[in-house]
Design a binder for this molecule. Structure first.
Ligand code: HEM
Length: 321
């Protein structure tokens, strides 16, 4: 088998409809200037620079996870799409810290190998360009984590807006406080506007792609905000398995607020940013989750490839000021 990083990007390119010059996942998105304000509770838990002071300039990219930039914003009128919220905290000392979260509760593979196998099993075939059901089922019976992950994906409802979605970091991270004490968390961005899924009839009335236009218009008209919450682990909660949620009774600490301010001036330039989920700074440490470590390498490879390719001229919807 070739190096898993190359192989993962290869199967994504081959089977998920990716296009030259675009991200190999989450290709359609919009970047905003935003403000992150950490809470006092978060400052007590971590020495990380972006949790120490007042409001911090942050960049946020909202995206549709589908491999193709032309994919619709819902699977059908009853099922929504996997969406992403990625952040880049601009650190006062220079440089930045990055995270990337999605609106699914758990991931669908525990290891890089499982991800490659599942993506390969889902490859579209035949005149209808559909995956072979038996092949996917064959993978699922051997990988219960994939069943948990897919359940979360199919439970997604079409949404009227990114502003109504909760985005989960999914992986475990360790926070280090000033006394050197370590606590394990998972983070989530909870929408201030709450969840408001579209009814089937409402979804049917929406165009195929609408979410980027909607959030662009909403930010011009009202405050769009998420609360950052840390879910605190208890002994025994898995840190190396992104397919397993922690029990919902774990305490949630309010760690800050994120407010979208305005679209980034140059969306073409922002297309070159990488939002690495492992882009942490001292005060935050990576857990032993193999998918977290793998993502860092895959995102670099995707960036390397897309930044050396010519992207087709963007449509107006892809390139707003
Ligand atoms: C084996 C696991 C995974 C692989 C191979 C993978 C692969 C990728 C790739 C290739 C990109 C494009 C990177 C770029 O060109 O900059 C991407 C973007 C993204 N992924 Fe993943 N991903 C994985 C797991 C996850 C998980 C678990 C989450 C959610 C917690 C997630 C959320 C995102 C988001 C939000 C983006 C868009 C980042 C941006 O806006 O630039 N991914 N992923």
């Amino acid at each position: 088998m070739s190096e898993p990083v190359q192989e993962a990007v290869h199967v994504m390119e081959a089977y998920t409809g990716t296009e030259k010059g675009y991200r190999r996942a989450h290709p359609r998105g919009l970047v905003f200037h935003a403000t992150f304000t950490p809470s006092a509770e978060a400052r007590a838990l971590t020495t990380a620079e972006h949790f120490q002071g007042g409001p911090l300039h942050t960049l946020v990219r909202l995206s549709n996870a589908s491999g193709s930039p032309h994919a619709p914003d819902r699977v059908n009128d009853r099922v929504g799409k996997v969406l992403g919220l990625a952040v880049r905290f601009e650190l006062p000392s220079g440089g930045h810290a990055t995270w990337a979260a999605a609106n699914i509760p758990v991931f669908l593979a525990r290891t890089p190998e499982e991800f490659i196998q599942l993506t390969t099993a889902q490859r579209p075939e035949g005149p209808q360009r559909k995956p072979k059901l038996l092949r996917v089922l064959g993978h699922l019976v051997k990988h219960l984590g994939a069943i948990r992950g897919l359940k979360g994906v199919f439970a997604l409802k079409p949404t009227p807006s990114f502003a109504h979605e909760r985005f989960n970091g999914i992986h475990a991270y360790h926070l280090r406080d000033a006394a050197g004490q370590r606590r394990t968390i998972r983070y989530r961005w909870t929408p201030r506007a709450g969840a408001h899924p579209l009814s089937e009839a409402q979804a049917a009335s929406m165009p195929s792609q609408y979410l980027l236009d909607e959030i662009h218009a909403r930010v011009a008209r009202e405050r769009v905000e998420w609360t950052l919450q840390f879910q605190m682990a208890q002994p025994g909660d898995p840190t190396d398995d992104a397919t397993r949620a922690w029990p919902e009774d774990r305490p949630l600490v309010t760690a800050g607020t994120l407010v979208l301010e305005r679209p980034y001036e140059d969306q073409r330039e922002s297309e070159l940013f990488v939002f690495d989920p492992a882009g942490v700074v001292p005060g935050i440490e990576l857990s032993d989750d193999p998918i977290l470590h793998f993502r860092a390498k895959v995102y670099r490879e995707s960036h390397l490839r897309r930044s050396h390719e010519t992207k087709p001229e963007p449509k107006p919807a892809d390139l707003r000021q």
